[in-house]
Design a binder for this molecule. Structure first.
Ligand SMILES: Cc1cc2nc3c(=O)[nH]c(=O)nc-3n(C[C@H](O)[C@H](O)[C@H](O)COP(=O)(O)OP(=O)(O)OC[C@H]3O[C@@H](n4cnc5c(N)ncnc54)[C@H](O)[C@@H]3O)c2cc1C
Length: 542
């Protein structure tokens, strides 16, 4: 029997982002009747492939798969549902204003050869430091797929969580503890200045490590990005994996949706949730915008914490100090995206003639740490920097099926623009942002400005309006230390549960945070499964 129109379930997931779909798939796999309710007409949240001109598709928001958890890929059998990733090699590439293009190759031997061309001393340092960083990253790896412990816990479960965390660091040396502390608290810029002599080598590291975050490379805590990007990803659990997704990022969420449906979950699009209902401190279900009421034993929200607790849950149902903490979460931009269709392939200066199309697909336009720092400073005061940091991916070189023959797709991520403009509105400044991005790209690939057939500019305001990201924040809350681990989304509520029994957070606003990882969805679903097993919510469905 079709479940369309069914009004009660074991679990409701609000939002079909990749984390909502992941959570739904795990719950359905465990035998719980599950419905996913998505406000847009497509699933995927900000992990989608959309047509931006007739016959031309782009990963409109996220564009590279780097940290999708191998466990999620395996458990949901995503390869069997059509997911295919091509490792990026080089993993990134920086063209410099002097015409030199520096590539970061996946294999350490090739990376070393490339760095030798710039600075033999830095090449040696790189080899020495790479092992150390990878080892430190491995200490953090297990925390990705489990709830953080609760400091100050008084329960047996809480103490065993703390014990589990302690055990993970068994064997760590005091030197490694000091290094971990300095990565958590120090800045990327200072780390690079201490260890490397060449500005170009430092810029290569920069090009990889502060995306989506607030703060320039000299901001305390920014060094942590170095370790985050060395967590393993992809089917083969490679440390520092970067992948193009065949069919664009939407192929990930299409595979997840297909897996969830195969396990029995129902997915409804064009189904915006207006309110999450609770009575006597326990969740009852949701009310859709059209007035339909759907009941469930548990509700998982894939919407960000502000949207969930300041928009969907009536304030009277939540403790005042919790609402205060949610209001304080730092979101506020700071990125944009410009996607273009081109009549010819972009030709970036310095690209060797023997590079194959895949090797001609990644170009990060940021010439130095100082440039990046200035760019953030301008954006933080509410202005659109004249000189922008742009990360370009010629996606059609990795997957020609994205564009009609003879056309090319390039997606351009813009690091550091404000959500709130000091002067004017984003509706008035959308075209200006697009023009500045195109001008910047033209400095490195002169044929691009004249070959643009279609252009889509997504300002932080558009990211909020279209994709439902509060203040355009791509991670559902900035990834700074203050908002990570047992402080995410807010202190005291890091284990996916919320002050309303049976209501959980399952999106990027929960631990371990943003990026296409599937981790918050996986972890939230497992927390729900543990709670359901303890029969915490028996009989809540009417
Ligand atoms: C421009 C951009 C570039 C990025 N680049 C990368 C990248 O290259 N690599 C990477 O790993 N990460 C990248 N990210 C970050 C990454 O995409 C996100 O952190 C991640 O996809 C968030 O996933 P999620 O499932 O938690 O939430 P989302 O994808 O935000 O999904 C939440 C879903 O909930 C829905 N929703 C919200 N409110 C309601 C409601 N009331 N009723 C019903 N549905 C609702 C939304 O419509 C949405 O579908 C990027 C993000 C952006 C925006």
């Amino acid at each position: 029997m079709s479940s369309a129109g069914k009004l009660s379930f074991d679990a409701i997931v609000v939002g079909a982002g990749h984390n909502g779909l992941t959570a739904a798939a795990y719950l359905a796999r465990a035998g719980y009747s599950t419905v996913v309710l998505e406000r847009r007409d497509i699933v995927g949240g900000c992990c989608v492939t959309e047509e931006i001109a007739p016959g031309c598709r782009a990963s409109t928001t996220s564009y590279i798969a780097s940290m999708l958890r191998p466990e999620v890929i395996r458990d949901l059998k995503l390869a069997g549902h059509g997911l295919r990733m091509i490792p990026c090699d080089p993993a990134l590439q920086v063209p410099f204003p002097d015409g030199q293009l520096v590539s970061w190759w996946a294999s350490r031997e090739c990376a070393e050869v490339e760095l030798l061309k710039i600075s033999p001393r830095d090449a040696k340092t790189f080899v020495r430091i790479d092992d150390r960083l990878k080892k430190l990253a491995r200490y953090l790896q297990p925390f990705f797929l489990e709830p953080p412990p609760e400091p100050g816990t008084q329960s047996f479960d809480g103490w065993s969580d703390l014990y589990r965390v302690g055990k993970r660091f068994r064997g760590i040396s005091s030197a490694e503890i000091s290094q971990l502390v300095s990565f958590f608290t120090g800045s990327l810029g200072e780390f690079l200045d201490r260890n490397y002599e060449s500005e170009k080598v430092k810029t290569l590291f920069l090009a990889n490590n502060v995306y989506g975050k607030h703060g320039g490379p000299y901001q305390p805590g920014s060094a942590l990005g170095l370790l985050f990007h060395l967590l393993s990803g992809g089917e083969n659990e490679l440390q520092g994996f970067y992948g193009h997704v065949v069919g664009g990022m939407g192929a990930i969420t299409q595979a997840m949706a297909s897996a969830a449906r195969e396990f029995g979950a129902e997915i409804r699009t064009n189904a915006p949730v207006q309110q999450i209902d609770s009575r006597d401190g326990r969740v009852r279900g949701v009310v859709l915008k059209d007035g339909t009421e759907i009941r469930a034993r548990v509700v998982l929200s894939n919407a960000d914490p502000k949207r969930t607790f300041l928009g969907l849950v009536p304030e009277r149902d939540l403790p005042g100090e919790f609402v205060h903490a949610i209001r304080g979460i730092k979101m506020n931009g700071p990125c944009a995206k410009v996607n273009v269709v081109l009549s010819e392939e972009p030709r970036f200066t310095g690209t060797p003639a023997n590079y194959d199309p895949q090797q001609r697909s990644l170009f990060t336009l940021v010439p130095s740490l100082e440039f990046a720092e200035r760019c953030y400073d301008i954006a933080k005061f509410g202005d659109i920097p004249q000189e922008l940091w742009v990360d370009c991916v010629v996606a059609s070189n990795a997957d020609p099926s994205l564009a009609e023959a003879g056309k090319h797709i390039m997606t351009c991520f813009v690091q550091y623009v404000p959500y709130k403009l000091r002067k004017g509105t984003w509706d008035e400044n959308r075209a200006l942002l697009g023009d500045r991005v195109v001008k910047k790209i033209g400095e490195y690939a002169p044929n691009v400005p004249g070959s643009i057939i279609a252009r889509q500019v997504l300002t932080p305001l558009d990211l909020e309006r279209i994709y439902g990201l509060t203040e355009g924040n791509i991670f559902h809350g900035d990834l700074n230390l203050e908002q990570l681990f047992f402080n995410r989304p807010v202190p005291g509520w890091a284990q996916y549960r919320t002050p309303i029994a049976g209501l959980y957070l399952c999106g990027a606003g929960a631990h371990p945070g943003g990026g296409v990882t599937g981790a918050p969805g996986h972890n939230a679903a497992h927390q729900v499964l543990r709670d359901l097993k303890k029969r915490k919510f028996k009989g809540a469905v009417a």
